[in-house]
Design a binder for this molecule. Sequence first.
Ligand SMILES: *Cc1c(COP(=O)(O)O)cnc(C)c1O
Length: 232
Amino acid sequence: MVSADQFKAHCDGVQARITAVCAQLGRDPATVRLLPVTKTHPVEAALLAYGYGLRSVGENRVQEAVQKRPLAPPDLRWELIGHLQSNKAKHALQAFDVIQSVDSAELATRLGRLAGELGLKREVLLQVNSGNDPAKFGCDLADAPRLLEAALAHPALAVKGLMAIAPLSDDAAVADRTFAALRLCRDDLAARFGVALPELSMGMSGDLESAVAAGSTCVRVGSALFGSRPSA
Ligand SMILES: *Cc1c(COP(=O)(O)O)cnc(C)c1O
């Protein structure tokens, strides 16, 4: 685990990267949220983020959040950024404030129904595989309208926007294209359905500049903050 001082230096460094891109674009850096990704790290990672003033963390497994959450301050928000199997939908709704990885109409329908039954309201993002990467989850670009339609049908779900992960590549243009495609998809869906989809969750440690330049409102950053992951 990084020390509090190291963590602060890493956070300042990531914020500086965000600020530098925003300065070039004339964009307000406050419009880009830094979501620290604490997966595989002990709960202390979430506590460091909280101590720095961040109020959300990202996790990719339901069980990990279930274990860590009781040990963290109650006003820390937990966001699911990993693939959700439908048989864990109920636990995910109970463990997370936000589900960024809703990737099929079937999952959206199940989450919406269960959230309604549990009396919960949850913010969701729709994960779109805008990089056409066979190794990534996320619905195909062509299926995004059907996914949005399914999610909008449930008042217990507040659809905030879209999420994408760029394919691993040595070619920076791949990430650029992935993020531009997600933004276009969002613009198209917002116009077609007449809804605001303000959130674009895109960009990680290695490609956040490209994502911010393409309009990201949430960068999900793990290794640049906490160092490499134990099991990665
Ligand atoms: C692990 C993970 C991240 C963080 O990745 P880093 O490269 O460590 O910054 C971001 N998004 C998702 C969906 C992840 O699973």
